[in-house]
Ligand binder design. Structure first.
Ligand code: SAH
Ligand code: SF4
Length: 334
């Protein structure tokens, strides 16, 4: 699938064709242009040749079938992972990748370990959602949420991520509202500020993972380029401009960042966020090798310590660990 090529081909056709094509692609979820029966036969054949709709994948299901991981093969032989999460309440979230690999090398992250290969195009990002939209259509289900929490750092592929969001948003297409789309970032210089200017109702998540620069730099090398102090400044601008709620992601790593003292240090740090539109999401670390996850009791205590300081904190439900589809376990292998 290639949206640019499709738009080019349809440029020579009457204007309404593009709208029809989008409807066929994103509403009827066709996987072969033959199914676009309102198109002339010749055009269908041309599109099938020059813009085939097949998305080549290999899928693995978790034992409880609540998460499904798809390895999507790209045209240049590289591949990227995307995950479908079925929530208990019936909603379906697709966790998409924005890059093949990642250049930032966070030590706890499998994607970081594989290094950076390349940015994904707008179409390659949209295709991940399209694949699962087609996949669950037969069960009468729809994709409700998108999270940019797969492989890569979305703010280092800003234009394509925003281009993909525009397509996903399109009322004549998948019609996934900005409020149902979340971007997770490690906090790239000026990234958060730039997002604030988009005037979109997207959700933002910040991967903080530590209460001070020393500790954060140990696990997120990029922290040396953009300190927590700078991040808080950007976050405050963002919150003031958007009025949206920020999610602070905090990985719980055994004996590294999970003590009571560290909870208090985190609370003190977060009190610098103004306006205080945020909540903390505690994520049990999914082992990729070096570290161990915090025991459940310590996560509970950490949460309570934050709550006592008046800070809202939740624990993230774990998905897909058995198929290496959980956060930070995506590395393009099956
Ligand atoms: N690059 C972005 C988005 C992709 S990672 C970012 O870092 O935010 C999505 C989330 O998974 C981030 O919060 C990241 O810190 C987290 N993550 C990475 N490795 C993990 C691991 N091994 N266990 C649990 N979460 C992990
Ligand atoms: Fe990149 Fe995010 Fe993994 Fe860090 S956690 S290496 S920023 S994908």
């Amino acid at each position: 699938m290639n949206l640019e090529r499709l738009e080019n081909i349809l440029r020579d056709e009457p204007k309404f064709r593009l709208k029809q094509a989008k409807q066929a692609l994103f509403i009827n979820l066709i996987s072969d242009w033959e199914q676009a029966t309102n198109f002339p036969l010749e055009l269908r054949q041309r599109l099938n040749q020059e813009c085939p709709l097949e998305i080549e994948t290999k899928i693995t299901k978790s034992q409880d079938e609540n998460s499904i991981k798809a390895l999507i093969y790209l045209d240049d032989g590289l591949s990227v992972e995307t995950v479908l999460l079925n929530h208990l309440d019936g909603r379906n979230t697709v966790c998409v990748s924005s890059q093949v690999g990642c250049s930032l090398g966070c030590v706890f992250c499998a994607t970081g370990k594989m290094g950076f290969k390349r940015n994904l195009t707008r179409t390659e990002i949209v295709s991940q959602v399209l694949f699962f939209a087609r996949y669950i259509k037969s069960k009468g289900l729809k994709v409700n949420n998108i999270v940019f929490m797969g492989m890569g750092e979305p703010f280092l592929n800003y234009e394509n991520v925003m281009g993909a969001i525009e397509v996903l948003n399109d009322k004549d297409g998948l019609n996934i509202g900005a409020r149902h789309i979340s971007i997770s970032t490690v906090g790239i210089i000026n990234g958060i500020k730039k997002l604030a200017q988009e005037k979109l109702q997207l959700n933002l998540a910040l991967s903080l993972h530590a209460p001070n620069d020393d500790l954060r730099s140990k696990i997120i090398p990029y922290n040396r380029a953009n300190s927590i102090k700078n991040l808080i400044k950007d976050v405050n601008c963002y919150l003031e401009q958007t009025g949206r709620r920020l999610m602070i992601e905090y990985l719980m790593i055994d004996d590294f960042n999970d003590s009571r003292e560290q909870a208090l240090e985190l609370a003190k740090l977060l009190k610098q966020i103004d306006p205080p539109l945020y909540f903390v999401n505690l994520i049990a670390y999914n082992p990729t090798d070096e570290f161990k996850p915090s025991p459940a009791k310590r996560i509970k205590d950490f949460k309570l310590a934050l709550n006592k300081q008046g800070i809202e904190a939740t624990e993230r439900h774990r998905f897909g660990q058995d198929i290496e589809a959980a956060c930070g376990q995506l590395a393009g292998k099956l």
